[in-house]
Design a protein around this ligand. Structure first.
Ligand code: SF4
Length: 363
């Protein structure tokens, strides 16, 4: 058997705007209002199974579903941690490319960490995904399908803790979301549009992360959709940051912090600064002070910092900071008046935490 060709996935309902959905339905010989019925099945009931679409004529159901809901993601393997409250799914895309998503359930909320690219081209040396390089961008349908699958699994009680609802989405899986801007924005629109035109998730519960692609950050600020922006900074000085996050040679620490501040001004949303604490690398007290100074120079109340104990990746020299060093780092930031919360490393025992998604298939 020859391997499928890498490339564009088949057109999917989730790739289309409301007008395009109506046009697609008409093209298939149906009345435009069928598009709304399909949207209700897809975005509200989270189903693509024609047998569940009983309000559609039996003769049309299968034809519409086959044409508009091609299978984009096939689950290959799921791994659980935290007594089933964290579930990582490895997906095969239509061309055999692999991506992962991670569902994390907490009391009162459930967060899905979605991938926007297969691999990543940003080459951060401490990150498992970065070691893969970029295979390709995902399509909007491929991003939205990760979310629909999780919403459905939760609703059907397939995740430990009984039936529930998907409440939060974070673009912190594989890839640099702003490097696949159009797709990510189309997916965000589908997430936040009210049911049945979209999934009806509040924009404030959607987080888009970036290593600091400044023009795209500014563009995002102008979209009028107040998602939370998470900036992966990892170092407050250019010398070290250019090593940890190579794209820093293009946009410096000061430039990305200015763009983050502009994002806050445009949207009123407090920006998250993500800072992986790496032992003896970026965890020095003076770096906490420098970060505190750079943030407060740009104002108060616009930002908070999430230090993240680094999740070691197999075969890597990078490892997490000692506890007392982490505590000192946090205390210094707080002394500058910066709200600081050490982030949960949920899923680290299944390689499902940030910088660990390598889409490995264990034989
Ligand atoms: S840390 Fe993020 S941007 Fe950097 S290589 Fe990994 S996935 Fe890409």
């Amino acid at each position: 058997m020859t391997a499928p060709r890498r490339g564009k996935p088949p057109r999917h309902f989730a790739d289309l705007s409301a007008e395009e959905r109506a046009a697609a339905v008409v093209e298939l010989g149906e009345k435009p209002f069928r598009a709304k019925q399909l949207a209700t099945h897809y975005f509200d009931h989270h189903t693509v199974d024609p047998s569940e679409m009983t309000d559609l004529p039996a003769t049309s159901r299968t034809r519409l579903a086959e044409a508009l809901f091609p299978e984009l993601l096939r689950p290959v393997r799921t791994m659980e941690a935290d007594a089933g409250a964290t579930v990582k799914t490895l997906w095969h895309l239509h061309d055999g490319v692999k991506v992962e998503s991670v569902l994390m359930r907490y009391p009162g909320r459930a967060t899905l960490c979605v991938s926007s690219q297969a691999g990543c081209g940003m080459a951060c040396p401490f990150c498992a995904t970065g070691q893969l390089g970029l295979t390709r961008n995902l399509s909007t349908g491929e991003v939205v399908e990760q979310v629909r699958a999780a919403a459905r699994a939760l609703e059907r009680g397939e995740v430990a803790g009984g039936p529930g609802r998907l409440t939060n989405l974070v673009f912190m899986g594989m890839g640099e979301p702003l490097a696949n801007y159009r797709t990510v924005m189309a997916a965000v629109r589908a997430f936040v549009a009210p049911v049945p035109e979209g999934l009806g998730i509040s924009a404030r519960n959607v987080t888009v992360s970036t290593v600091g692609l400044v023009p795209a950050m500014d563009k995002l600020a102008g979209e009028g959709i107040p998602v939370t922006l998470a900036l992966s900074l990892h170092a407050p000085d250019d010398e070290l940051r250019s090593e940890l996050v190579p794209v820093n040679t293009r946009w410096s620490v000061d430039e990305v912090l200015d763009a983050a501040r502009r994002y806050f001004e445009a949207t009123g949303r407090r920006v998250s600064i993500e800072y992986a604490l790496i032992k003896d690398m970026n965890d020095h007290a003076w770096r906490a002070d420098l970060l505190g100074t750079k943030l407060t120079e740009r104002g108060r109340g616009w930002v908070h910092v999430n230090p993240i104990p680094l999740n070691p990746t197999p075969g890597s020299i990078w490892t997490a900071s000692e506890r007392d060093v982490e505590a000192e780092f946090v205390a210094r930031l707080r002394a500058h008046g910066i709200p600081t919360t050490v982030r949960d490393t949920r899923g680290s025992d299944i390689d499902g935490a940030c910088g660990q998604l390598a889409a490995e298939e264990v034989p």
